[in-house]
Design a protein around this ligand. Structure first.
Ligand code: LLP
Length: 414
């Protein structure tokens, strides 16, 4: 994502050093053209409706960009739903997923007339029916199924095995049919699934298509007019230099095998695929130290700015802006948080660094800022969107004074 012009790093036409001179690190930078490219590529090949999984990067500028490109929004909370609506997404292009929808969330979604609420449990189905009844409306819903498919990805981001908490067991559909029969204000017109994230194995996609087609048929046989089949997200992206790029055409070929000549409107709900490779996290070197033979490069970004390496042992390539290729050194890049797990990369080879240098953590456009926290009472990173040679700060978090002022000390402690 970074291009060098006269040895100076740029994102599109914007100098990273110029941004860094005016904003303190760590900060995220996103490339609009990279996001657009990813969307267009996906859309051209899969030729299905795309609902951007807002959870990957929920900044309203990003949601708006997706919407301008033609995507809908896949949301999983009231907050995400409100963001999508505020960003101007047509409610008929919003689907509401998520395993913990309250009455309040459901009431708002129904008032907004969104495309589908995807139910995840029988309790939720009953709750939606109640709220719909009280608003005197009939509500279009999708049923999120748990198809019992192993996504063959990291366990912590696998969601489609029968022991995972998501969806309704596709082998126990009779239970749901019983409740649907008495749910007067529910209109089941879709089924959906999502079996995990960062999936590369084409056989996994093939299984999803096969099972979802069979499940749709079961609903049709019971007299439900299933119009939409949502095939989930999970499209894998390349993080390591030697990793392959997911071949979308192979996925499309599998889709065609199962869905050619079927009447369903097919959709996907990818998050990572659309934004991961379009973002970087910029950080500065705070200190360099050797402990027990390990050369630590301490940066101002850490698990509070990007938790993926600590939480999932996720790999993010790290690049130093200062490039003295004659002096390569092994560094373990660690954040400033008081936890030993606050490591961004172990033993990587970088040009020799000094305090104050800028370091780039790559492919952090998805599940980066959205999972950042104020842990250790550190500030959140700002976010910047670059478009050709202009850029804008698209998120300015509360500063230290502002966020520490959110606490209240009770009188009785004074
Ligand atoms: N749809 C549903 C219902 C989901 O739960 C998810 C992601 C997606 C779509 C989008 O999946 P994607 O296309 O981005 O793989 N924080 C983790 C990833 C968690 C994904 C959770 N669900 C990470 O940093 O790797």
């Amino acid at each position: 994502m970074i291009d060098y012009k006269n040895n100076k790093p740029f994102v599109e036409g914007v100098s990273i050093e110029e941004i860094a001179n005016n904003n303190s690190t760590p900060f995220y930078v996103y490339s609009q053209s990279k996001i657009s490219e990813a969307y267009k590529h996906l859309n051209n090949i899969l030729k299905s409706e795309i609902f951007y999984a807002v959870k990957a990067n929920s900044n309203q500028a990003i949601i708006k960009l997706m919407s301008n490109l033609g995507a809908g929004a896949d949301v999983v909370s009231l907050g995400e739903l409100k963001r999508a609506i505020k960003a101007g997404v047509n409610p008929k292009k919003i689907i509401f997923e998520g395993i913990g929808k309250t009455k309040n969330d459901i009431a708002y979604a129904i008032e907004q007339n969104i495309r589908l609420i995807n139910i995840e449990s029988i309790d939720e189905l009953k709750r939606i029916n109640e709220v719909a009844l009280s608003q005197n409306k009939k509500v279009d819903v999708g049923i999120r199924l748990n198809p019992n498919i192993d996504a063959q990805t990291i366990d912590k981001i696998s969601t489609g095995k029968k022991t995972d908490k998501f969806g309704i067991d596709a082998n126990k559909l009779d239970n749901i049919f019983q409740v649907l029969e008495v749910s007067t204000n529910i209109n089941p017109i879709g089924i959906s699934c999502h079996v995990g994230s960062q999936i590369f194995n084409i056989n996994v996609f093939s299984k999803i298509f096969q099972k979802m087609k069979n499940n749709a048929q079961i609903f049709l046989d019971r007299g439900y007019e299933i119009k939409y089949i949502d095939l989930g997200g999970g499209l894998g992206v390349k993080y390591k230099k030697d990793e392959e790029i997911l071949n979308l055409q192979l996925i499309k070929n599998e889709m065609d095998k199962y869905f050619n000549d079927t009447p369903y409107k097919l959709s996907f709900e990818p998050g990572r695929y659309l934004v991961a490779n379009a973002g970087i996290l910029l950080t500065s070197v705070i200190a360099i130290k050797n402990n027990g033979g390990i050369n630590f490069l301490i940066t101002d970004a850490g698990m509070h700015s990007l938790i993926r390496p600590s939480l999932y042992d996720a790999y993010h390539e790290i690049e130093a802006i200062e490039k003295n290729k004659n002096q390569l050194t092994d560094y373990t890049v660690a954040g400033p948080i008081c936890e030993s797990s606050d490591i961004l990369a172990k033993k990587i080879s970088l040009p020799k660094q000094k305090v104050g240098n800028l370091i780039v953590i790559k492919d952090t456009g998805a599940y980066g800022k959205v999972m950042a926290s104020n842990y250790n009472s550190r500030g959140l990173p700002i976010e910047i969107l670059v478009n050709n040679d202009v850029f804008l700060i698209i998120h300015k978090p509360l500063n230290t004074e502002e966020f520490i002022n959110q606490d209240s000390i009770p009188d009785w402690l004074n």
